[in-house]
Write a protein of this length. Structure first.
Length: 197
């Protein structure tokens, strides 16, 4: 993340995303065997030795080198053909709102205080020994004599698909295919995200 100043002198927190160039590796249409309209885009140069044989043939059809990420998009306004390059300024414009989808940072197994915001027992006196961050009692009485599903407990936290909506496109650097959006986006540095209009 970084920050920039707008024309009024207000400091805006923002994130810089490299979003291209992407190559069209497949075009699907209603008339084809797929039966729906979609465009598959490939991003980020990959190595020949790490690419499977079926994908090598897939990239050869599009006349491009191996890529690391393939994503399918529906609802493209402009007509694209196999092997076309898609750049940032073709799709996005400054001032419009976008949604960013990514995988949040994995935090491993966490307790209820960090995972759900429990306060813990709170006091270290009155006979408390080592229970400050514990969840407390979870059981009911002899009826229903079980623990209900979905109870907030400790468990794996993070590493989930997260969508952050309505981020404003502040600036586009078309020669480097960079897009500057307001606010934070999910995931660690250098992780893949999906930008949708």
């Amino acid at each position: 993340m970084t920050s920039i100043f707008d024309e009024n002198g207000k400091n805006i927190a923002c994130t810089l995303i490299q979003a291209g160039p992407c190559v069209v590796t497949q075009v699907k249409s209603d008339e084809s065997a797929d039966g729906y309209n979609a465009v598959q885009l490939a991003y980020d140069e990959g190595k020949e030795k790490n690419t499977t044989q079926p994908l090598k043939g897939h990239f050869k059809k599009a006349n491009t080198s191996p890529k690391r990420k393939l994503v399918e998009f529906t609802g493209f306004e402009q007509a694209l053909s196999l092997g076309d390059d898609v750049t940032v300024n073709q799709i996005f414009a400054e001032g419009e709102l976008v949604d960013v989808v990514g995988k949040s940072k994995g935090k491993g197994f966490q307790g209820v205080v960090k995972r759900h915001g429990f306060a813990g027992v709170g006091q270290s006196t009155h006979g408390q020994h080592n229970r400050q961050r514990h969840p407390g009692a979870i059981g009911a009485c002899s009826y229903p004599a079980r623990v209900f599903k979905g109870l907030k407990m400790g468990g794996r936290m993070g590493n989930d698909r997260v969508t952050v909506t309505n981020l404003k496109v502040l600036k586009i650097v078309s020669d480097k295919n960079l897009i500057l959006v307001s606010g934070a986006i999910p995931g660690a540095r250098n992780s893949y995200v999906l930008i949708k209009k």
